[in-house]
Ligand binder design. Sequence first.
Ligand code: HEM
Length: 293
Amino acid sequence: MEPEEAIDRLRAAFGGPPGYRTLHAKGRFYSGTFTATPEAAVLCRAGHLDGRTRPVLVRWSTASGNGRTKDTSPDIRGMAVKLAGDDGQPFDLLGQTSPSFPTQDPEEFVRIAEASVKQLTLPLFLLRHPRLVPALVRGLAGVKPHHSFAEAAFHPLHAYGWLDEHGRRTWVRYQFRPTATQADRLPETFEGRDRLAEEIAARLARGPVVHEVWVQVAGEGHDPDDVTTSWRGARELLVGRLVVTAEADDPEAGGAPTVFDPTRTVDGIKLPNDPILRYRRGAYTESVRRRTS
Ligand code: HEM
């Protein structure tokens, strides 16, 4: 399926108005910093992992393609992060709260997204595709009304090949783990349609929101090309801290298209032959074309 058809079908399913992202339509931008640990620099020569504190652009979002969705509804949430080294070349990581992805086939993903829009069509779809049930049930762990972006863990899911100074490669998968817990909840309650943005604004007024960046390091039998597999028993390493400090203006309001593209690479980072990851570049490019034209 060509990316144009995928975007047509997703936009038709969600009925998102023109000008919005085809998926993750509702979201806001934030600014902050990223600082890598020394352990990251040993395994990867990418500039943003050199241990210096660097600015980041973050977008927290809700997965629906309908930008008017209510934050009180259960959904997957997103945390997209734009990092850069000294050369200014961006490296984007797109995390989502669902800890797994159900398929290696982009068209099947589009069919699942179409079926998920209406409450009745998803069970019927699963009856016809029982093979997908275990993966979708695992993914449900990330589908909630969510109390706060600050308390959510986000999973970029795909493997990335880290190259060190000598060109040695290590496959890793990232996770953004929250440091905020239920004990840090604010005394106020936020119940409206935009409660997630309101809650995070109140939190940021009191101090930064921190996620630790961990990676799983691939070992024997861990396949970097298949996003549907889990890497059981993989070694885990703390590789940095993402600190969000303030809401930022939407760069697109000023006419600068801003895309988080998970296939953008920089020196020191290699992409796997993962059919879902490779497909995403075309889909995102087409989505940007629609929302900016
Ligand atoms: C075939 C699979 C996928 C397709 C076709 C797809 C499609 C899209 C599209 C069209 C957008 C809007 C892009 C834009 O207008 O800027 C988007 C956004 C997003 N996607 Fe995906 N996606 C896929 C898989 C994934 C996966 C595996 C993840 C996470 C691991 C993910 C996380 C996100 C996030 C976080 C955003 C919001 C980015 C932002 O805030 O600008 N997507 N996706």
